[in-house]
Ligand binder design. Structure first.
Ligand SMILES: [Zn+2]
Ligand SMILES: [Zn+2]
Length: 225
C-alpha cells in the first residue's frame, strides 16, 4: 500500500519516495559541530575537554555521541515517530546517525547494537519501541548485528522526575537485566534522545557486569539537563 511519505522535520509530503528529507529541511540541517564533550558528546566551550556534568560526576558508559540539538522541531518529529505511526522518520534518523556518527563508529568498532528496552507492559500499550527501530535500521546500514533480547526491562520504573541523580541511577540500575554473557565485546546503545544519561549509565553498569569491554551510545538528539 502506498501512502504519502512525509518529511520528518516539516511534515510536508515528499515528492520522491526515495527521499528521506525535503530539500528545504536538508539545507537547514544542523548537526552538532565544534567542540564536544569527550565523554557524552554535548557541546562544550572551546578548549574544554569535558562538559560540567562529566567533569564532576562522570558516567558509567565509555563514550557517546548525539547527532542533533533537541528543540521544538525535533520534539515534534520524535512525537510523530513514537506515537503517531510515522515510522519512516526513523529511516532518516538512522541514516543521519550512520553519516554523522561515522567517525565515532569507526573509532569505537562496536560488535553489537543494543536498543534501550521497553518494559513489556509499556510495549503492549505503545506497540512500538523507537530505540529498537533505530537499532535495526542502523544495523542494516552498518552491517553491525543488533540484539533486541540481550537487555530486558524487568521493572517498570516510576516517573523519575522527583528523584535526584543518584536515586535515579539506583532506581534504573535495578530495572534492567542482561540475559547472556558478553565475552569482552564493545557494545553500542541506540536511543532517540540523550538528556541526563541516567538510562545509558544504568544500562552500561549492567552490560559491564555481563562482560562488555566498552559501552558506547549513539542518539538522534541531545537535550538540556
Ligand atoms: Zn522538510
Ligand atoms: Zn559530557
Amino acid at each position: 500500500m502506498l501512502y504519502p511519505k512525509k518529511c520528518p522535520l516539516c511534515h510536508e509530503v515528499l515528492k520522491d519516495r526515495k527521499q528521506l528529507l525535503c530539500g528545504k529541511c536538508a539545507e537547514k540541517l544542523h548537526p552538532f559541530s565544534g567542540a564536544l564533550c569527550m565523554k557524552c558528546g554535548k557541546p562544550v566551550k572551546l578548549e574544554e575537554e569535558y562538559c560540567p556534568v562529566c567533569r564532576v560526576n562522570g558516567h558509567y558508559f565509555t563514550e557517546g555521541r548525539s547527532i542533533f540539538p533537541y528543540g521544538e522541531v525535533w520534539r515534534q518529529s520524535l512525537v510523530r515517530f513514537k506515537y503517531y505511526g510515522c515510522r519512516e522518520y526513523g529511516d532518516f534518523y538512522a541514516k543521519a546517525m550512520s553519516i554523522y556518527g561515522k567517525k565515532c563508529l569507526e573509532r569505537w568498532k562496536p560488535q553489537l547494537i543494543v536498543p534501550v528496552p521497553l518494559h513489556p507492559a509499556k510495549k503492549r500499550m505503545r506497540g512500538f519501541n523507537q530505540s529498537a527501530y533505530l537499532a535495526e535500521k542502523l544495523s542494516i546500514i552498518t552491517g553491525i548485528p543488533w540484539d533486541d533480547s540481550l537487555v530486558l526491562k524487568i521493572r517498570n520504573t516510576k516517573s523519575q522526575k522527583k528523584l535526584d541523580a543518584a536515586q535515579r541511577r539506583n532506581n534504573l540500575r535495578k530495572a534492567y537485566e542482561v540475559t547472556r554473557e558478553l565475552e569482552g565485546i564493545p557494545v553500542l546503545i541506540t536511543d532517540d534522545v540523550y538528556t541526563t544519561g541516567s538510562t545509558m549509565d544504568a544500562m552500561s553498569m549492567c552490560l559491564f557486569e555481563a562482560g562488555a569491554q566498552a559501552v558506547y551510545f549513539l542518539t538522534v538528539c541531545a537535550g538540556r539537563q
